[in-house]
Design a protein around this ligand. Structure first.
Ligand SMILES: C[S@@+](CC[C@H](N)C(=O)[O-])C[C@H]1O[C@@H](n2cnc3c(N)ncnc32)[C@H](O)[C@@H]1O
Length: 342
């Protein structure tokens, strides 16, 4: 296979990539290709360029249809020399594998198809502890589905990663992005479709984050932003059956009280033995310009050590966090979720 465009050295500045020679080469390549993709040439080229510039290890796609955009992703990952696109479509079980099976073997190597709805797909990805550098949301465009897909994307995206929602002109994805951004002010739109929303033209076909695409392009903050709304990150695997406290890394100035609720759970003997321990508490944080590392011991330790006769013990840890900032403080900015210690 031949390569398309030299993206080496192209800055990952998304709006200005469109004026680079590499983008022009890619645009010529993706003119009317892949034939069964529903998107514009610029939309495909932008997806390709994002993967080439950002070099994500993992890409996720909700809505495979005929694997048109999947092929764009696979081609970009092949050119990067690494990475996998996980693509999900509950109605593609018969349709998608034969299409993907006809691609060059080099491209097939970079794709994994899941015949699952986005809900089943995201649940599986949570279980496998996967995170993604780039996610395309292009499944069911009703608000309820698009909003769910966006929220789960936000949960699984890496710091600074990008979520692209297709069909900015449709009510569902547009409202989902607006509601999401209002509730998550640390996120930003790359482009101006949401800020420039004109209530007198609620179905404007040209509105999009970048011209000639149909996309809303949302970028995650480069840190974990904790706001005043209590939020859970769900259960995540841990190797620790005992937890004595949490380690925080605060990366931006802020003052206030962090409230937490922690659940430690143990499962053994084929899930017939289950134990759960819970603690809630709070910690005062006064962070200045320098990164602040803070070890916070709980009032008592949590322990879900399994009886020694069981050799299949697994443990999960779940955080609920809520930030009560002082009157002049912004949200709490953490490098990542707290690290437990024992
Ligand atoms: C617009 S098409 C995707 C087009 C594709 N991304 C492209 O441009 O080549 C939408 C796809 O989403 C799928 N879909 C519908 N409901 C879904 C759900 N709950 N989860 C994931 N995919 C879904 C449909 O079967 C359909 O194939």
């Amino acid at each position: 296979m031949t390569t398309i465009a030299a993206f080496a050295g192209v800055s990952p500045d998304v709006p200005s990539v469109r004026s680079t020679p590499a983008y022009a080469d890619a645009l010529a390549y993706f003119k009317d290709y892949p034939a069964r993709s529903l998107m514009s040439d610029h939309s495909r080229t932008l997806l390709y360029s994002l993967v080439r510039m950002m070099r994500p290890r993992l890409v996720a796609e909700i809505g495979t249809l005929h694997a048109g955009t999947t092929e764009v992703f696979a081609r970009a990952l092949w050119e990067n020399g690494e990475g996998v696109v996980h693509t999900a479509d509950p109605y593609g079980g018969d349709r998608c594998p034969p299409i993907i099976g006809q691609w060059p073997a080099e491209l097939q190597h970079h794709v994994q198809f899941h015949a699952k709805s986005s809900m089943d797909f995201f649940s599986r990805m949570v279980l496998e502890d996967k995170s993604f550098g780039l996610i395309l949301v292009d499944g069911n465009h009703d608000f309820e589905y698009a909003f769910f897909d966006l929220q789960m994307s936000a949960r699984l995206i890496e710091s600074g990663g990008i979520v692209v929602m297709d069909n900015a002109e449709q009510a569902g994805p547009f409202k989902a992005a607006r509601v999401f951004l209002a509730a998550n002010p640390a996120w930003r739109e790359i482009g101006g479709a949401l800020a420039a929303y004109d209530p007198s033209r609620p179905f404007n076909r040209e509105r999009a984050s970048l011209p000639e695409t149909s996309f809303l392009i949302l970028q995650a903050p480069d840190h974990l932003s904790i706001g005043a709304e209590a939020q859970s990150w769900g259960q995540a695997w841990t190797t620790l059956p005992q937890v004595r406290g949490l380690r925080f890394e605060v990366v931006a100035p802020c003052k206030g009280i962090l409230h937490y609720q922690v659940h430690l759970r143990g499962f053994a003997n084929g899930n017939r033995w289950v134990k759960e321990e819970r603690i809630e508490g709070s910690v005062r944080i006064d962070a200045g310009d320098d990164v602040m590392k803070l070890d916070h011991p709980f009032e008592r330790s949590l322990s879900v050590v399994a009886p020694s006769e069981f050799d299949d013990a697994l443990f999960t840890l779940e955080f609920d966090l809520c930030w009560q900032g002082d009157s002049n403080s912004g949200p709490l900015a953490l490098a990542a979720l707290p690290t437990p210690f024992q």
